[in-house]
Ligand binder design. Sequence first.
Ligand code: SF4
Length: 223
Amino acid sequence: MEYQEDDFLLLSGIQHYVFCKRQWALIHIEQQWQENFRTIEGAILHEKTHDSTIKEKRGALIISRGMGIFSRTLGITGACDVVEFHKSRDGVTLYGREGTYQPVPVEYKRGKPKQDNADVLQLCAQAMCLEEMLLCTIPEGFLYYGEPRRRTKVILDEEIREEVKRICQEMHELYAKRYTPKVKTTKACRACSLSEICLPKLCKNPSALDYMKKMIAEIEVEP
Ligand code: SF4
């Protein structure tokens, strides 16, 4: 199956979806967004890497920043922080360049590596988009973390690729139904940028509906 452009979802949503399906739905289906220091800090780091005015060529290496990407089979679109093109006999041709180059995506992250594999999934989704666009195979990419300031090689194996496909399919199914999953409080709620909008305590409480009815009744009887 192939998705049309109008049905593309944001690749960056994979991170939200892995963090919490409800958070993803609030942002990508209900279009709610609330900034906290984590999202602001992350945005500043991304602004630097996504400055598409920066062009670099270092010997046999070409560096592209903020490259727009998409996949019709996954139905996602987004941008890569950095794609390095390494001169290689087995690589792809690039417009206006001599020789062939192997694309290698590099994703920049603030802070330390996370407990979950959200960053790896996002990087893998980027690689899968690039493979589809450039008709090539990308066996590995890199994740760069602010703490420590260094990058880690990530092997993009079949298992992680299957997980990317499954997540994209689930996101499309939820989006088609416009369904926002119910609250399921976890440790993640404490660091969630949408906790105020999500109102986990109120929504989780079975008497929340009664509470709301009581509030509305009180408003209605006020002179
Ligand atoms: S507050 Fe918790 S349940 Fe609500 S969106 Fe955030 S992580 Fe998900």
